[in-house]
Design a protein around this ligand. Structure first.
Ligand code: TGC
Ligand code: FAD
Length: 392
């Protein structure tokens, strides 16, 4: 097991923009990652093992729902704190960050923002502590980038609804106790609801054979005439803006998180090229390697400034969905490019599990696809600046 020597690149003294509380949160999450995740993550990923024993620890650490008010078990923190947490977690593994961002942004957030007081009290504290794991079902086999085309549906049956359909590619689903599910009602409106494990007709088959996010479990959600009590339906939201509102929170976390993966790749590449000698000197002494390192650090620094500013806008309630899309897309692109360059800079060693690079690279292929693909986010920006919809 290679030692975890990570130190984050901070070329423009971004630390000066952080509060003491932010730095304390970062140091706490980093110490936990170094102790509990780094020594084992490679083996878990190689063996497609989801480390579910870490879920309560993540709850204790406070990474589930950090922006949810403390009265519901959340952290009551700001969005920069949330971003820092996602960055520290994803620098270890995108799958670990997935676990945290699904739980916080896609499960706890909608229960908090759209749920009844009873729903908040019943579900949020157990999700915040990690006693329960949640998942979020929007995507379907024939409905990915265009979620409005979903066919999963509910029919009124008195004090409950009957849910039928299937969701695909759902992070955490095989291990989740609760699922936030989006389905069309008889009027064709998208409604959100909480489906609980154990409800008759509800199953969560696992999806196997992934080359990416191997330490995160992914599955389906299958609903065969599931009776969902009406008290489990979100009373305060209707329409696609419900799930899209959750995605805005999660995409924000990914914008910080994917940069974390990039920072880990850069950190590793810098150390490796200083230590590895060929032709009688460290390979970091060759111009081609320096070009790669300088460009990596430039992109990381620009990305860091972008997500920090976005965090300020989030705190002020001023960030737009299109701004979030730009940051998610930018961070994913930077991270993938840096992972690919870093892989080459590690030579043959770059394909092994001795270094985190290849794992990051494979993980990032999912990160650039989920929560809206790279091209979808580009089209969101395109529509925002031109006013013309190029999706349809
Ligand atoms: P459109 O007509 O544009 O919008 C419908 C309504 O929603 C509002 N809206 C948003 N609200 C909040 N946040 C956002 N980001 C929003 N984007 C749009 C919009 O204002 C409108 O409101 P209203 O009041 O007028 O009804 O919808 P459209 O059908 O044209 O679709 C637009 C499009 C393509 C951008 C959208 O559907 C989209 O983002 N597609 C990508 C799908 C996606 O991201 N799926 C993610 C699934 S979950 C996931 O991947 C989890 S992985 C987690 C992990 O493991 O980390
Ligand atoms: P498609 O929508 O079929 O897209 C295929 C290609 O066509 C893409 O390149 C896309 O950009 C392009 N395309 C589509 N429409 C247009 C257009 N109008 N113009 C130009 N190009 C277009 N979903 C959930 O609901 N919950 C989860 O927890 C979740 N977790 C996931 C975990 C993993 C590991 C993965 C891989 C996916 C997960 N997803 C989840 C699903 C994810 O959000 C979708 O995969 C993603 O939204 C893309 O949908 P799709 O795969 O159906 O691709």
């Amino acid at each position: 097991m290679a030692q975890d020597l990570y130190t984050n690149p901070d070329y423009y003294q971004l630390d000066d923009l952080l509060t003491e509380e932010h730095k304390m949160i970062r140091d706490m999450v980093r110490a936990w990652i170094k102790k509990e995740v780094s020594p084992n993550i490679e083996e878990w990923a190689q063996n497609c093992h989801f480390p579910k024993h870490l879920v309560p620890q993540m709850g204790e650490l406070g990474v589930f729902g950090p922006t949810v008010p403390t009265e519901y078990g959340g952290g009551g923190l700001d969005y920069i704190s949330y971003g820092i947490m996602m960055q520290e977690i994803e620098r270890s593994d995108s799958g670990m960050r997935s676990t945290a961002s699904v739980q916080g942004s896609l499960v706890m957030y909608p229960i908090y923002a759209y749920g009844s007081e009873e729903q908040r009290n019943k579900f949020l504290p157990k999700l915040a502590s990690g006693e329960w794991l949640g998942c979020f079902g929007l995507t379907e086999p024939d409905s990915g980038s265009d979620p409005s085309s979903m066919i999963t549906n509910i029919k009124d049956a008195g004090d409950h609804v009957i849910l039928n359909g299937a969701k695909m590619w759902i992070s955490n689903s095989p291990e989740a106790q609760v699922a936030v599910v989006w389905a069309k009602d008889e009027q064709g409106d998208i409604r959100g609801m909480i489906v609980e494990r154990g409800m008759e007709g509800f199953t969560t088959p696992e999806i196997h054979n992934k080359w990416s996010l191997r330490a995160s479990c992914t599955g389906e959600l299958v609903f065969d005439n599931v009776k969902v009590p009406k008290e489990n339906i979100f009373p305060n939201i209707k329409g696609l803006k419900g799930p899209l509102g959750c995605l805005s929170k999660a995409r924000y976390g990914i914008a910080w998180g994917a940069l974390g993966a990039a920072m880990d790749c850069y950190d590793s590449a810098l150390r490796y090229t200083l230590q590895r000698s060929q032709f009688g000197k460290p390979i970091a002494g060759f111009q081609l390697q320096q070009k790669k390192l300088a460009e990596m650090l430039s992109e990381i620094t620009k990305g860091q400034l972008l997500v920090w500013r976005l965090g300020v806008l989030m705190n002020e309630g001023k960030a737009t969905p299109a701004q979030i899309s730009m940051a998610k897309r930018n961070s994913c692109e930077i991270a993938l490019n840096i992972a690919r360059e870093a892989r080459q800079m590690h030579g043959g060693m770059g394909i092994t599990g001795e270094y985190s690079i290849m794992r990051h690279m494979m993980n990032l292929e999912s990160v650039v696809t989920y929560e809206g693909t790279h091209d979808i986010h580009l089209l969101i920006t395109g529509m925002d600046i031109t006013g013309i919809n190029a999706f349809k």
